[in-house]
Design a protein around this ligand. Structure first.
Ligand SMILES: [Zn+2]
Ligand SMILES: [Zn+2]
Length: 267
């Protein structure tokens, strides 16, 4: 059983089902002591672009206040944290961090679903070249250096179709930066439940060599995902196979006071 899950969605992202309360009660039922919500973050785009898979800017207030009320209601049963899963889009992230700054939230997770950004880059779920992977790693390394991100979601999500040597070189760079910046890596249960291209074993072989701390994330898009026995067993097999340094909770990095927030004079 897991002590904590930091990766939980809500229907605001348009591809998850179940009310916050249902996720919380499923988590208590399954024995978690800490539940972190990290729905797909609102994002400040330059051109009115609508992602379709994240909450809208104007939904942020309701997301945070709903969870604050539930946190008080359930405080005797479970610790609730309020967060967001966000991409690092170089041109847009500073504006997004500034947008989120007034809200009383706890953490950000790095969930990089595109290179560059949604309008100018490529999806990491579609076949990626060596060049695309290089861009992905450059960008996520920059993200980790902002100090804003508590951990890195499904770092092995990129569907890379280039050379294995390039994969090893790029992902070694990613894992080294994660270690240097104290950014744990997530072993993602949605990849297992959905029989996706991740967890990608060559990635975890590199993690074994670098020795990164690893946290399991449920990536719940349905309250039932929190009772995850089969997927968890699969994940634990990988932990054992690659002798991963599994941690059951992560130190929270407060995005309000991170290096980038200081640079932007937000705090
Ligand atoms: Zn999602
Ligand atoms: Zn997610």
């Amino acid at each position: 059983m897991l002590f904590a899950n930091y990766h939980t969605h809500t229907p605001r992202c348009n591809h998850a089902r179940g009310e916050e309360r249902e996720y919380i009660e499923a988590a208590i039922q399954a024995g978690y002591q800490l539940l972190g919500f990290s729905d797909h973050s609102p994002y400040v785009f330059e051109n009115g672009h609508d992602s379709g898979f994240r909450m809208k800017l104007e939904e942020t207030e309701n997301y945070v206040s709903t969870l604050q009320a539930l946190r008080r209601e359930y405080e005797k049963d479970i610790t609730l944290l309020i967060g967001f899963e966000a991409e690092y889009y170089p041109r847009l992230f500073a504006k997004t961090l500034a947008f989120l700054h007034p809200f009383d939230y706890d953490f950000l997770l790095l969930g990089q679903h595109f290179t560059v950004n949604e309008t100018d880059g490529v999806s990491v779920n579609l076949p990626m070249t060596d060049g695309d992977l290089h861009q992905f790693v450059d960008q996520t390394c920059q993200a980790m250096h902002t100090g804003a991100f508590t951990y890195f979601n499904h770092p092995d999500m990129p569907l890379h179709t280039g050379s294995p040597a390039a994969y090893e070189r790029e992902m070694t760079r990613l894992c080294q930066t994660a270690l240097e910046t104290d950014t744990p890596l997530e072993l993602n249960l949605l990849g297992i439940r959905g029989k996706r291209n991740y967890p990608h074993e060559p990635f975890w072989e590199i993690v074994q060599q670098i020795g990164n701390p690893v946290i399991i994330g449920v990536d719940a898009h349905d309250p039932r995902n929190l009772d995850h026995r089969e997927a968890l067993d699969e994940a634990l097999k990988l932990v054992e196979k690659y002798r991963l340094r599994l941690i059951d909770r992560v130190p929270i990095k407060d995005p309000h006071t991170c290096a980038l927030a200081k640079e932007l004079n937000l705090c």
